[in-house]
Design a protein around this ligand. Sequence first.
Ligand SMILES: C[S@@+](CC[C@H](N)C(=O)[O-])C[C@H]1O[C@@H](n2cnc3c(N)ncnc32)[C@H](O)[C@@H]1O
Length: 335
Amino acid sequence: MPDATQDQDASPVAGARPWEVAWQDSLYGPGGFYRHHAPAEHFVTSAQGLPGAGRILAEAVLALARTYGCRRVVDLGAGRGELLAQLRSLAPDLHLTGVDVVPAPAALEVDRWLVSPGGATLPDALEDLHDTLVLAHEWLDVVPCHVVEREEGTAAGWRSVLVTVDGDEHPGPAPVGPDLGWARRWLSPEVRRAEIGRSRDRAFADLLSRVRSGLVVVVDYGHTAEDRPRHGTLTGFRDGREVAPVPDGGCDLTAHVAFDSLAQEAGACRLTRQGAVLRELVGDPTDPVPHHLASTDPQGYLAAVARRAALTALTTRGGLGDFRWLLAPRRRSPA
Ligand SMILES: C[S@@+](CC[C@H](N)C(=O)[O-])C[C@H]1O[C@@H](n2cnc3c(N)ncnc32)[C@H](O)[C@@H]1O
């Protein structure tokens, strides 16, 4: 969604637009990347593409759903329903909803599927959710943001970055209003370039407002004030490789999520890492697989070794184990 607090026509360079606008078009416009490409065609996540990992993630989601008394699970940004398929096989009793910008795959067995506008905007029908766990697994990193760079000696201290469809960047006007407020609140002096997380905060607040009772779980690449990157994280992915971020619809565009500002939106919540969550909910990857199984139950032994490898990949420090998990319980309001 273009932001009214930015002057989109301020660029002297033809075709240069604020990153948030170009990013939105590039992923969710009529020729947008996600309208024509499945995530699994281009990159691996904990939910798909890593053998055995999606099942373990689904086990963790199921354990949380049971703990919080949720009879329904919504996968927001569900891709092609890979995680939902795992959940269906683990827990046929759960009511499952997928939400993404394309229709459900024909063979996917879910109870409901909503087609979404994409980015920060959610479908109207996603509302009034009770006893529901909503998982947003790698959703917010593809919610477009403004990009800013430091500009010393000016009143704002920041200028926005504009971009043309071929990826050339140009200096833009100073951010104003809430975007500037966000930069001042969340970016320390060492940070020279950053994505303004306000669009993610608002999208998350919108999601929270739709869940009356249950649990909202956001899982993503992220940072907080302690480890905020100094030069931003906006990048592209295509065909399994990281590529330059070019907003022409030909690649994914993603940037890490500022989890400290999200946590402030959530109020009472738990902010932790994937490694810790999966150890608690699923098991310790360092537990040895009993050797005797190799002779008494060779198939079982191989399955246990494969599961251990997947759990190790999902929990490793410096890798997927560092993913942030934000758990925001939602309580039923008194009648
Ligand atoms: C990085 S992929 C992650 C897919 C899957 N959750 C996974 O982890 O493999 C992001 C997905 O979010 C979807 N998406 C983006 N904005 C959305 C929105 N507002 N509503 C629903 N889906 C959205 C994209 O279409 C894409 O499928």
